[in-house]
Design a protein around this ligand. Sequence first.
Ligand SMILES: [Zn+2]
Length: 230
Amino acid sequence: MKDRIQEESRTGSGMDKADRKTDERFMREAIKQARKAYALDETPIGCVIVYEGKIIGRGYNRRNTDKSPLAHAEITAIKKASRKIGDWRLEDCTLYVTLEPCQMCSGAIIQARIPRVVVGCMNPKAGCAGSVLNLLQVERFNHQAELTTGVLEEECSGMMKQFFKELRERKKREKESGAAQEYRQLYRPVKPGVRKRKAGYPAEISQCQGESRDHGDQSIEDLSGTGRKM
Ligand SMILES: [Zn+2]
């Protein structure tokens, strides 16, 4: 069942162009939500829930902002949609999400009896709609959801890749500026070319520092023998 649905979503067979277009249209709305998370430095995941051609619930990841493990895009969208419909059952709704749902959200989707889920890109390490587990289609539960994957996949995964790339670069810059600050704290220039050691620094450094003083105004890097600044 799962394989058939996923295969269909990849090839487009068994699904007319109008449906595919509709899915892409709503996935674009989910991507808009994901961009809101991106703007908050949150992992960009967005979700919309559609009923009779209209969006009745939107959500985006706010896990760090709200300091809550429950603040996933799907949970927020499900809460809003339930409020709008006035029922915990979201039968006849379709949930669009940019990233494969986790175990919590897949559980909530089944609890809400959502009949159809459309996913942008998969999450091989944590996804529970076919990657690690497929909680959406466990025959022994009283409800299963139809699943379509790979809708605007490149756009969804590209956004994730970009986010993590920027995050890595920012962390690297922070690390470097932290090291530079530490260096400045270690060596406070007393007069040009001579840097005074503050109390309590490693013997290795204090030794070089002593040599530096012995050599008048020669700077530390001249004494290291490597031509490299310490
Ligand atoms: Zn989740």
